[in-house]
Design a protein around this ligand. Structure first.
Ligand SMILES: Nc1ncnc2c1ncn2[C@@H]1O[C@H](COP(=O)(O)OP(=O)(O)OP(=O)(O)O)[C@@H](O)[C@H]1O
Length: 769
C-alpha cells in the first residue's frame, strides 16, 4: 500500500478523532451536570430521612415525599449511568475509532461509498455516520463478503450491493500502526498480530477480527436451538459474547441484558470474560455456574459439584456407571414426566406442616384436600391444594386473634410498636374501637404464623425426596441393572439426603419432578439461554434448563473432545438427541474447526492426541515445539518443575501448571511456594486470575488460556488409557505460546504411541516404550 494512501487515511483518523474529542468535551459537561443534580437530590434525601416522626400523619406525608425523591434519584442515577456509558464508548473510540473500511457501490449509484466500521457508531453534527457499529446490518459485509456482488440482511429484507474494497486497520492511540487491503474475511496478518500478544487478565473482544464462520454464530437470529461444536481455541466463548452484544443491539427494544443467562464452567471463567461486553458498550448478561444454579434451587442441600465428580469419576463401579448414564439420559427425564402424569392422588408423599415443634397441618388433612379435588393436571391440583391450605390458615389466624396471648401482647405494645402495626391505616379508618383492636390482633397473629404461610408457599408439604425415591423404585431400568438395583439406589439417595447431600446426577431429575408436581421453577422472562462447555452437561441437565427457561432461545457450545469423563460423541448425533429431547422447530448445528489460541506447533501436537484430530486446522502462528521432560522420581520431577516454571516465567506473564486433580496441585504448591512467592494455588472459590505461576487442576482451567502451560506428570500411571484423552487434550490446548509436559517415569501411552509423529515434540529423554 502506498504511503500516500496511509497519509490520507491518517488524516481521516485525525479528523474523526478531533470530532470525537469535541463530543467527549460536551458529554463530560453533561455528565458533570448530572452528577451535581444527583448530589443535590441525595443531600435533600438524607436531610429528610433524619426527620423525627411525632404524629402518624406527619410520617405518612414524609414518606410520600421520600418516595417521590427516591423515584427522582433513581431516574437521575439511570441518566447518569447512560451518560457515563456514552463517555466510556467515546473515550474508547478516541484511541481507536475504527478497524475496518468497506467500499460498496449500490446498483443505482455511480460511484462507491466508503464506510468505516468500529466498536460503536459515531455521527457528526449533521448525523452523517463517520463510524458504523460493527453490528449494523451493512457491517456484515465486512465479515462475510469477498470482493464482488454481496448481499446483506436488513429489517426490510435482503439488499444487494457490490463490495469493491475491504481494508483493515490497526489503530492504537490515534495512530495507524498498520493497514492492509484484503479479499479474505479478515486477513491473517492482523490476526497473527492479535494472537501473538501476551494473555491479558481478562478476555478481549474480537470484533476487529471476527472470522466468517464465527460471524454465522454471532448473527444468527433465526434458530431456536443453535449448537456449536468447535475445537479447542476456535473462539466459541468469544463468539458467545459477541453474539450477546449483537442480540442486544439487534433487539434493543425488546431485550435486556438480564434476560440472557450464561451457564459458565467455573467462577474464574465468569471473571475472565467479564470485560468483553462492557468493552462493547453493553451490560453483562447474568452468569451462573451449574453448581450455583442447582444449589439455589435445592436450598439446604449440599449438591455435589462437577468438580467433586471429576475427583471421583474414576472410582465408579460398572453398575454405578450404568446408573450415571441412565440418570443423565433424556429417557430418564421422560419417565419422570410419565410418572408425574400417572401419579394417583394416594401416591403423593405429603409432609406434615409443623409450627414450633407441633403439627399444624396434618399430612392426612392435606392428603384429603388433594384427593377431594377434581382430576386435573398434578400442578393445577397442587395449586388448588395450596390455596385451600392458605384459606384454612387465614381461618386459623382469625380464631387465634381471640387467644389470651394475643390480648396480653397488645397490652404490652409500646406506642411505636403499635403505630408500626397500624402501618398506613389511620384511626379514622376504623368504624369502632374493637375493629382497630381486631386489626392489630390479626397483624400480631399473622406475623407469628408467617412461617406456616412460607411453608405452604414454598411447597414444603410435599416430600419431594421420598417422591423421587418412589419414582426410582418404579422406573423401568436399562439393561445391566434391575429393579432391585434401582431400589438400592433409591435407598442410597435417601441416605444422602439424611446428610443433606444430593448427588449431582439426581439434582436435575429431582428438580424436574418437583416442578412438574408443584407447578413451580419456570422462568418465562428469560429470552436467551447460553451454555458454554456443554460437553460437561448431561442431556437430562440440559433438558431441565430448557424446562426452567421455557421461552429462551438456546445456544449451546462445546467440544466433545474436551469431555473430561465422557465418551466422545459426534456433533450430528448429539444434535439429533437434543432435537428429540427438546422438541424445537429450527435447530442448527455449526462447526468451528480452526483453532486460534495456540501456536501451530502446539495445535499440531494436541491434535495428534486425538483419534480424529485431522479435522482440526491449526492457525499458522509460529512458535517453539512443545517439550517433554522426563524424570524418574517425584522429588527430581519437582526440582525440574521448579526450574522449568522459573525459566518460562522470564518470558511469559502467566505460567500455569495444570494437574489431573486437586491432590497433585496441592503437592506441587507445597513444594514450589517455598521457593518463590510468585506461585498461587487456585481453588474453586477464587474469582480472579493473578499473573505469575499458577497451580490448578485442569477442571478449574476449563475455558481459560495461559501464555505458557506445564502439564504435570503425563505418565503412564497418571494417564493410563484413552479415558484420559480428553483431559490431556484440554491441558495441552490451554497454552497460547509455550507448552511443556513433564512425566515421572514412563510416559502415557496416549503420547508415546506409534501414532504420535516424532516431529511434533521435543523430547528431553528418550521415551522408554
Ligand atoms: N476471530 C478471532 N480474532 C482474534 N482472536 C480470536 C478470534 N477467535 C478466537 N480468538 C482468540 O482465540 C482464543 C480462544 O478463543 P475462545 O476462548 O473463545 O475459544 P473456545 O473455543 O471457547 O476455546 P476452548 O473450548 O478451548 O475453551 C482467545 O484468546 C480468543 O481471543
Amino acid at each position: 500500500m502506498t504511503s500516500q494512501e496511509q497519509i490520507k487515511e491518517q488524516q481521516r483518523v485525525d479528523s474523526v478523532i478531533h470530532q470525537i474529542t469535541a463530543k467527549i468535551k460536551s458529554v463530560s459537561m453533561e455528565y458533570a451536570k448530572a452528577k451535581t443534580e444527583m448530589k443535590l437530590v441525595q443531600e435533600n434525601y438524607s436531610a429528610n430521612t433524619s426527620v423525627n416522626y411525632i404524629e402518624v400523619d406527619d410520617r405518612i406525608e414524609t414518606s410520600a415525599d421520600l418516595q417521590q425523591q427516591r423515584a427522582l434519584a433513581s431516574r437521575l442515577i439511570e441518566n447518569e449511568q447512560i451518560i457515563a456509558g456514552q463517555l466510556r464508548t467515546y473515550q474508547d473510540l478516541e484511541k481507536s475509532p475504527y478497524f475496518g473500511r468497506i467500499d460498496i457501490q449500490d446498483p443505482e449509484e455511480p460511484t462507491p461509498e466508503q464506510l468505516y466500521i468500529g466498536t460503536a457508531s459515531f455521527t457528526d453534527e449533521k448525523q452523517n455516520f463517520l463510524v458504523y457499529d460493527w453490528r449494523a446490518p451493512i457491517s456484515a459485509v465486512y465479515y462475510n463478503g469477498t470482493l464482488g456482488d454481496v448481499t446483506y440482511d436488513t429489517p426490510a429484507g435482503k439488499q444487494l450491493t457490490k463490495l469493491t474494497k475491504k481494508r483493515q486497520f490497526l489503530i492504537q492511540h490515534g495512530q495507524i500502526q498498520s493497514m492492509f487491503d484484503t479479499n479474505e474475511t479478515v486477513g491473517d496478518e492482523l490476526l497473527q498480530h492479535v494472537l501473538g500478544q501476551q494473555n491479558d487478565e481478562t478476555m478481549q473482544n474480537i470484533v476487529a477480527t471476527i472470522q466468517r464462520e464465527q460471524n454465522d454464530i454471532i448473527r444468527d437470529t433465526r434458530s431456536d436451538l443453535l449448537v456449536v461444536q468447535g475445537v479447542a481455541g476456535s473462539g466459541k466463548t468469544s463468539a458467545i459474547l459477541q453474539r450477546i452484544a449483537f442480540l442486544l443491539y439487534h433487539s434493543r427494544q425488546e431485550l435486556q441484558a438480564d434476560q440472557i443467562v450464561l451457564f459458565s464452567p467455573n467462577k474464574l471463567f465468569s471473571h475472565y470474560i467479564s470485560d468483553v461486553l462492557p468493552s462493547l458498550g453493553e451490560r453483562n448478561m447474568r452468569q451462573v455456574t451449574l453448581a450455583e444454579f442447582l444449589s439455589q434451587r435445592l436450598l439446604g442441600l449440599d449438591v455435589e459439584t462437577l468438580f467433586d465428580r471429576y475427583e471421583k469419576a474414576n472410582q465408579l463401579t460398572t453398575t454405578q456407571e450404568i446408573y450415571q448414564r441412565f440418570k443423565s439420559s433424556a429417557a430418564y427425564m421422560h419417565q419422570i414426566n410419565d410418572y408425574c402424569q400417572r401419579l394417583t392422588p394416594d401416591h403423593f408423599k405429603f409432609n406434615h406442616i409443623y409450627f414450633e415443634g407441633r403439627i399444624f397441618f396434618d399430612r392426612a388433612e392435606i392428603e384429603k384436600i388433594y384427593q377431594s379435588l377434581p382430576a386435573l393436571q398434578p400442578a393445577e391440583r397442587f395449586l388448588r391444594t395450596k390455596n385451600i391450605l392458605i384459606k384454612r390458615l387465614k381461618r386459623r389466624i382469625g380464631q387465634e386473634t381471640k387467644a389470651k396471648w394475643v390480648t396480653d401482647q397488645i397490652d404490652q405494645l409500646s406506642d411505636e410498636q403499635y403505630h408500626d402495626l397500624l402501618g398506613t391505616k389511620r384511626r379514622r379508618d376504623f368504624q369502632a374501637l374493637d375493629d382497630e383492636a381486631d386489626y392489630i390482633a390479626r397483624k400480631i397473629v399473622t406475623r407469628r404464623l408467617r412461617v406456616i404461610y412460607d411453608a405452604i408457599y414454598n411447597n414444603y408439604f410435599l416430600d419431594t425426596y421420598s417422591q423421587y425415591a418412589d419414582f426410582m423404585q418404579q422406573v423401568t431400568p436399562p439393561t445391566g441393572i434391575n429393579q432391585d438395583d434401582m431400589s438400592l439406589d433409591a435407598k442410597h439417595f435417601l441416605n444422602e439426603i439424611e446428610y443433606h447431600r444430593c448427588p449431582l446426577v439426581d439434582a436435575a431429575p429431582l428438580l424436574y419432578l418437583r416442578d412438574l408436581l408443584t407447578g413451580g421453577g419456570q422462568n418465562h422472562a428469560m429470552q436467551h439461554l447460553f451454555v458454554d462447555e456443554m460437553q460437561d452437561y448431561s442431556i437430562a441437565q440440559l433438558q431441565y434448563l430448557h424446562h426452567a427457561f421455557p421461552k429462551a432461545h438456546m445456544t449451546f457450545l462445546g467440544d466433545s473432545e474436551q469431555a473430561l469423563f465422557k465418551a466422545v460423541e459426534s456433533p450430528e448425533s448429539l444434535l439429533k438427541r437434543l432435537k428429540a429431547a427438546f422438541n424445537v422447530h429450527r435447530p442448527r448445528l455449526l462447526k468451528l474447526n480452526r483453532s486460534y489460541r495456540s501456536t501451530a506447533p502446539i495445535t499440531t501436537f494436541a491434535k495428534a492426541l486425538l483419534p480424529d484430530g485431522d479435522q482440526i486446522e491449526a492457525f499458522s502462528r509460529p512458535g517453539d515445539l512443545p517439550r517433554m521432560i522426563m524424570r524418574y522420581d517425584t522429588e527430581s520431577g519437582l526440582e525440574a518443575l521448579a526450574q522449568e516454571a522459573a525459566r518460562l516465567r522470564q518470558t511469559n506473564g502467566t505460567v500455569a501448571i495444570l494437574t489431573k486433580n486437586l491432590n497433585q496441585a496441592h503437592l506441587i504448591y507445597q513444594k514450589l511456594h517455598h521457593q518463590s512467592d510468585d506461585v498461587t494455588l487456585m481453588t474453586d472459590a477464587d474469582l480472579s486470575l493473578p499473573k505469575g505461576t499458577l497451580v490448578l487442576p485442569i477442571y478449574l482451567a476449563k475455558g481459560l488460556e495461559f501464555d505458557a502451560v506445564i502439564g504435570w506428570d503425563v505418565s503412564q500411571t497418571n494417564f493410563p488409557d484413552q479415558r484420559y484423552t480428553g483431559t490431556l487434550y484440554t491441558i495441552a490446548t490451554r497454552a497460547m505460546h509455550q507448552l511443556v509436559l513433564m512425566s515421572i517415569g514412563q510416559v502415557s501411552p496416549l503420547i508415546a504411541s506409534d501414532k504420535m509423529p516424532q516431529t511434533v515434540l521435543q523430547i528431553e529423554h528418550e521415551l522408554t516404550n
